[in-house]
Design a protein around this ligand. Sequence first.
Ligand SMILES: [Zn+2]
Length: 279
Amino acid sequence: MHHCPSCSSQSLKDVLWGTTALKQCLNCSLFFLRDMPHYDDTIDYYASSYVLQNNITTTNYHYERRRIARLPEQIFLLSKLISLLPPRVAMIDIGCDRGFFLDEARRFGYKVLGIEPSISAREACNTIGIPVLPSLDEVKGQFDCVVMWHSLEHFPEPAKTIRQINGLISKGGILAVRVPDFGSFWSRLLRHRWKWFQPHQHYVHYNVASLEYLLKHHGYEIISLKSRRANTLTTMRSQSAANRLFAKNLGIKASLFDYASQWYHYIASIELFCIAKKI
Ligand SMILES: [Zn+2]
């Protein structure tokens, strides 16, 4: 790629991140893969390969335990949105996974729609009655709120994606985005070994400057933009309670690897959390 997929600048610098070749835009600070996949190939990948497990019983337990662990996070996110958006407005979650966030959002009274390319995740949404479509291309209508929780980095052409979202979000509407913080201490320390450096599926890497640039240059006013731990201590406590509940009642024990992974996530998962308003 010879130009920045966010600002179109051709002022680019080659960066080697481990064994992965990146480009850094010297205009907007965005980092992105030098060899960007074609958009159509990414669609095929997410529809088929982006499936975690196939054993239905084990998978359901695994996800239900995860849902309980993530519940404090959903409440936190909704608390940040509710002061800006009264319940009953229409909300769309791009990359909604199995609908954990939307499930809670609809309990708060929002009208929800999910976008999710993974077939198995869509089936999980259907099971609990959350309306879901496979692609942004199929969405019709206007929404008061668009959320993208760790999905923007999966889109190889961010400017194009934000322009597409602009057609769906009403004036004065809210766009809320969380992405891995590529500029964080842990990302810079661990580099290609950082848990969220996943070049096979994260094509674009954001820091505060590049995320702010992307949104401001596509007609958004930044209400808040912060680097934060994705997993707070409250989430860890909820995780611990979920582990105990599933071990005691269902005999599903978290492995030592699970515990180590949960602590690693707690320490090194640093994300950018941005709330922006369409002007
Ligand atoms: Zn740029």
